[in-house]
Design a protein around this ligand. Structure first.
Ligand SMILES: [Zn+2]
Length: 57
């Protein structure tokens, strides 16, 4: 199942979509570098890593 990759905004504590998706079955073995997302909630750029991610439908 394809999941959307969300990260939690450190400023507002809201979930922010990164615009990326991942197959849930592959997530545990997926290696990610640090990514950046322009936050929809506070308009800042946040760096995120795999441990920050929430998967959503
Ligand atoms: Zn934010």
């Amino acid at each position: 199942m394809t999941k959307r990759i969300l990260v939690r905004c450190p400023t507002t504590a809201k979930l922010t979509p990164t615009g990326q998706t991942v197959e849930e079955e592959l997530w545990n073995t997926t290696k990610l570098r640090t990514h950046k997302v322009t936050c929809a909630h506070c308009a800042k750029v946040h760096s995120w890593t795999k441990k920050d991610v929430v998967l959503a439908r």
